[in-house]
Each structure stands twice: as C-alpha cells, then as structure tokens.
Design a protein around this ligand. Sequence first.
Ligand code: MG
Ligand code: MG
Length: 260
Amino acid sequence: MIYYKSEEEIELIRESSLLVGKTHAEIAGLIKPGVTTLELDRIAEEFIMDNGAIPAFKGYGGFPNTLCMSPNEQVVHGIPNNNSLNEGDIISVDCGVLMNGFYGDSAFTYEVGEVKKEIQELLEVTKTSLYKGIEQAVSGRRLGDISHAIQDYTESFGFGVVREMVGHGVGRKLHESPEVPNYGKRGKGIKLKEGLVIAIEPMINMGTKSIHQHADGWTITTVDGNFSAHFEHTIVVRKNKAEILSSFKEIEKVLSKNNK
Ligand code: MG
Ligand code: MG
C-alpha cells in the first residue's frame, strides 16, 4: 500500500530530511585520516538528539548505531567501530532521523584525504546517477524510468549496480512502499503520482555487482573487494520536476571550504 503525502506531511518530511543534511555537514569536515567511524557516529547522534529528533537507524532491526558507515569495499550497513580511516579511503555514510512523526533519509560518500582518480570517478558517477534518477521522478512517468536512468548511466562506465538493496518510500515509516530499484526497464512499474515521497539511493560498485553479507548480519561488501559508492536523497514526485527534500548543500559547503 502506497501512502501519498499531503503538503503538510511533505513539510514535516522536509524538516527531517534537512536535519539529516545538517547532521552530515557536522561530520563532513571531520572525515580525515586517523578519525574513527565510532567518533563520527557519536557526534552525529548527539547532534540529532540536540535538535529534538531521534536517530532512525539506532535499534532499527537491532542496528546498534546512529550512522551506517561503510568504508571502501563495504556497500552499505557498515557498523561504526574503533578502526581509523586511512588516506585514500572512501566512506559511505547513511543517516536517517525521525522527527515530528516523520522520517528523513540521505546518504553521501566521502573521500578521506587524497583519493585515486578512478575512485573519484566512481563517486562522481554515482552522485550524478542519483540526479539522473531524480530527473525521472515526475508525475506521469513510471517507476522503472527512475531505475533505468540510474542503471543506464552507471553501466556505461562499466560499473556494477547492486540489485539486492533498493530505494523506498519514506514517511511515517523509514521504509514504505514502493521499492525503488536502481536497475530496471523504462516504462515499467507503477505510474508516479504527485505526493509520492521516495528515497532514491544508487549503490554502485567499481567492479562486479555481486555482494555478500558478513556474519555480523549487517555489513554488505562487494564480492570482488572493489570499492562501492552510495548517494541518497529523499524526494517528492511533482508535476514538472521532482523536489529534493534532503540536501547536500551544507555538506558541499563544508567540503569546498576544506579543499581551499
Ligand atoms: Mg539511507
Ligand atoms: Mg534509504
């Protein structure tokens, strides 16, 4: 069952989603060689609570932390720990919050220090594919148009599109219908209608699309050990152009300041 949102509900999802963006920005400047993912997790948790919200992932299905932190060959659902990040790593950070009864969900993959050119390309292509998907999220189009746009673009670079994990509806629940795969056929799937709020989240591997889950029950890594990137926005389907409810603006402000 799909719940289409009223304008009031969309505003609440926007507030939650913007807090997710601000939480990302809190840690974006701290992502450097030597920092541990657990330190970043604590900072994010405190920031979310200070803003009157609840970390969405902590306790979700038993997940132990506020952020999913997935370095390098980890695709998603990595558990923060005391290992330091190293120069040349990448770290995919997924964050969700619950505020005023509604969720927001957004992910960003960060570079740690100086990263190899081909890894930079993986990040750039994955982020661009997210926006290619969002471009299709217009009323009258089909869900498969979003999926196809992401798959078509990323595969043209020889990258692997993860099949097992997908985007999703967002609202009073973190994961609502429909599922939003990052692969699929144009013209297939449900017709998109105004008020449909979804998280679009390409998970793109440099090599094979195949993944495997660790014994911890959470961490997903690429089977071939190649790096993987993840970008996610919460958006609402509109008439002529989708509206992005989450934001990378605050993150990108911090990152550009750091690079000067
Ligand atoms: Mg997420
Ligand atoms: Mg999500």
